[in-house]
Design a protein around this ligand. Structure first.
Ligand code: C5P
Length: 234
């Protein structure tokens, strides 16, 4: 059984690229992230394709709009069969609350399992230099995480650096999905909001989203196995 803490980002434009990577990774990876690049290029069929191969999907479309619209959008996405959906926490408590309520109600009506909904805190690409908020980034991230939890969401997306603070603030049963992960020894220009798999897990991350280090590797399966073994040793 593949370690589902690893979510591989399918940042492609075509289904052929998706199929090739999923073939290459085989049984070593069971969880994939479909983001806006892929979804806007190929549409919902990618979710069907991955589902038909028995894979789990984090549909990373980062919804952000008025409560009614986000709630409706999430319900549409749930019908595709995604396992994790997300919204921007900056949309506010009411937006997240309404979204969670609508989704749970719709899941119950349809007799399907409700997907997990997580909130983007502060985009991990934003460093202190370009941060515009009144609070410091870690404080804002924890505030967003607590608001998401209060709204009934299942977790957050956050940088691996902030995972520890979120874990302390939100307790054990809260998903913390961290992008910005690079294998130990990788050559990284900007270390600020990047971590190794072991460090992210030690900080309390439940899932690691990794794309380029696997997609760009000459042997993606070998690269994924190396990351998985780092995760096992963490
Ligand atoms: O950089 P990498 O290819 O591993 O990124 C995988 C995914 O993580 C991307 O699809 C992107 O949405 C997300 N990411 C992020 N913040 C970063 C780097 C990547 O949210 N600093």
């Amino acid at each position: 059984m593949a370690d589902e803490r690893l979510i591989v980002a399918l940042d492609f434009h075509t289904l052929d690229d998706v199929e090739r990577l999923v073939d290459d990774l085989g049984s070593s990876v069971n969880f994939y992230k479909v983001g806006m690049e892929l979804f806007y290029s190929v549409g919902p069929v990618v979710v069907e394709r991955l589902k038909s191969r028995g894979k789990k999907i984090f549909l990373d479309l980062k919804l952000h709009d008025i409560p009614n619209t986000v709630a409706g959008g999430l319900c549409s996405l749930m019908n595709l069969g995604a396992d994790i959906l997300n919204v921007h926490a900056s949309g506010g408590l009411t937006m997240m609350q309404k979204a969670a309520e609508a989704l749970h109600a719709q899941a119950q009506r349809c007799g399907v399992e409700c997907p997990k909904v997580i909130a983007i805190t502060v985009l991990t690409s934003i460093g202190e230099a370009e941060w515009f908020g009144a609070k410091k980034i870690p404080e804002q991230v924890v505030d967003f995480a607590k608001t998401a939890q209060r709204a009934g969401l299942d977790g957050v997306v956050a940088s691996p650096q902030e995972a520890r603070l979120i874990r302390e603030a939100c307790g054990e049963n809260f998903l913390i999905v961290t992008p910005g992960i690079r294998p130990a020894g990788a050559n990284i220009d900007d270390q600020s909001r990047i971590a190794t798999p072991a460090a992210a897990l030690a900080n309390g991350a439940t899932h690691l989203v990794i794309g380029r280090p696997i997609r760009a590797a000459q042997n993606p399966r070998e690269a994924a196995e190396k990351i998985l073994s780092e995760m096992r040793g963490a």
